[in-house]
Design a protein around this ligand. Structure first.
Ligand SMILES: *Cc1c(COP(=O)(O)O)cnc(C)c1O
Length: 406
């Protein structure tokens, strides 16, 4: 397909425009992306890239997945937006689809992960209000978003710096430490909030039994368990939600990134007995649950089921693992750990991983580095084996060109 419209701005032109008119709160690569298809994406000059990190985890089905494009196009001609003062069929259908694929909860829709977590925190506080329970326990190294309560829940000082004072009532404990949670709970604790796998925190996976342990502790103390599945949810780990691997059911679950195949959408699901404390007027989102996002999410679910993509997640993860094991065998001094669950992939190096991102970009491969030394990949469930092999050969070349750790 021809990547370029004749009148499209060059990367240089767009960069100059950003310099003047867009706030500089992001570090951006000097590349302007214009079109994508599956795991490939093109820039304004027509260069093609293989994308191992499509849409920062939002494009779980790759760029422009056909069923989603079609569903959104159709919905655009019917109704773009109506407020939540009316009923709309796509929102009801999506709520049922999500509920039936998880723990029978009820849904509140919004537009992002942070918003979903704000809703979860507010719901947990309202739920605990009459019993004086307001404290939220979260995990060090976690990431829950950038709005104030979600940011406060994010127990990483670097994200708080300059924004203090934070929201009161949050307590931080180490990740993967059940005893620490037990010690931190008191009669004012409303909820424990945790990612089943820490994404931004370096694709960190807790020990087996951690989630079921949290479930037990929460039950013993009458505390809610909130799972932040903004990154792990909707099939990334090979099950609809990551908690299914342990069978530890949450009281509240949040999901966003991949929810609607790349269209902005977020959801908070809660057990009906918890959800019912939200009364009309207590919480809202103007765009939440709009027909476009809901049709896109329904098309995403349909694609995953029709194409057997939950099963495919394991095979993709295994193929990446094979490549990484070979890199580790060849250069054991450079690789500290390989952490893979489905298409949530972390390769921890013994040194800062920024050189991998730059080296891969120069060779036409998009990857991410997080938490300093972790190469993070969130490839699409639709990626082909030959694309995995090609990208991994680039990764291997870049990693193996590294100098020894200083
Ligand atoms: C990305 C992310 C968020 C924040 O989502 P936004 O849509 O950027 O607000 C929250 N929690 C987790 C686990 C995430 O990965």
């Amino acid at each position: 397909m021809p990547p370029l419209a004749q009148d499209m701005a060059t990367t240089q032109e767009t960069m100059a425009q950003f310099e003047r008119f867009v706030i500089g709160n992001y570090r951006r690569f000097p590349v302007c992306l214009v079109r994508g298809e599956g795991s490939e994406i093109w820039d304004a000059e027509g260069n093609r890239y293989l994308d191992f990190f499509p849409g920062w985890g939002c494009n779980l089905l790759g760029h422009c997945p056909p069923r989603i494009v079609e569903a959104v196009r159709e919905q655009l001609g019917l109704l773009i937006h109506v407020p939540n003062t009316w009923y709309m069929a796509p929102q009801g259908e999506l709520a049922q689809a999500l509920s039936e694929r998880s723990f029978g909860g009820q849904c509140f829709f919004c537009n992002s992960g942070a918003e979903a977590n704000e809703a979860a925190i507010k719901l947990a506080r309202v739920h605990g209000h009459e019993r004086g329970r307001f404290k939220i326990i979260t995990m060090e190294g976690g990431f829950h978003g950038r709005t104030y309560a979600a940011l406060t829940a994010t127990a990483q000082p670097k994200y708080h710096a300059g924004f203090e004072p934070m929201v009161p009532g949050f307590t931080y404990v180490p990740y993967d430490d059940l005893a620490a949670v037990e010690r931190a709970i008191d009669e004012h604790t409303a909820a424990v909030m945790v990612e089943p796998i820490q994404g931004e925190g370096g694709v960190r996976m807790p020990s087996p039994g951690y989630l079921t342990g949290l479930r037990r502790i929460c039950d013993e103390h009458g505390v809610l368990l909130i799972l932040d599945e903004v990154q792990t949810g909707l099939g990334r780990t090979g099950t609809w939600f990551a908690y299914e691997h342990e069978g530890a059911t949450p009281d509240i679950l949040t999901c966003a990134k991949a929810l609607a195949g790349g269209v902005a959408a977020g959801v908070m699901m809660a057990r009906p007995a918890v959800a019912r404390v939200f009364k009309p007027g207590m919480h809202a989102s103007t765009f939440g649950g709009n027909p476009i996002a809901c049709r896109a999410a329904l098309a995403a679910i349909e694609t995953i089921e029709a194409d057997g993509l939950l099963e495919r997640a394991g095979a993709i993860g295994a193929r990446f693992r094979g490549h990484f094991e070979r890199i580790k065998t060849q250069r054991p001094e450079l690789v500290r750990d390989i952490r893979i669950q489905g298409v949530m992939i972390g390769l921890e190096l013994t040194r800062d991983a920024t050189f991998v991102v730059d080296g891969c970009l120069a060779r036409g491969l998009l990857v991410n580095a997080t938490h300093g030394s972790v190469v993070r990949l969130l490839p699409a469930l639709t990626i082909r084996d030959d694309q995995i092999d090609h990208g991994c050969s680039i990764l291997a070349e870049v990693i193996q060109s590294a100098s020894l750790p200083d």
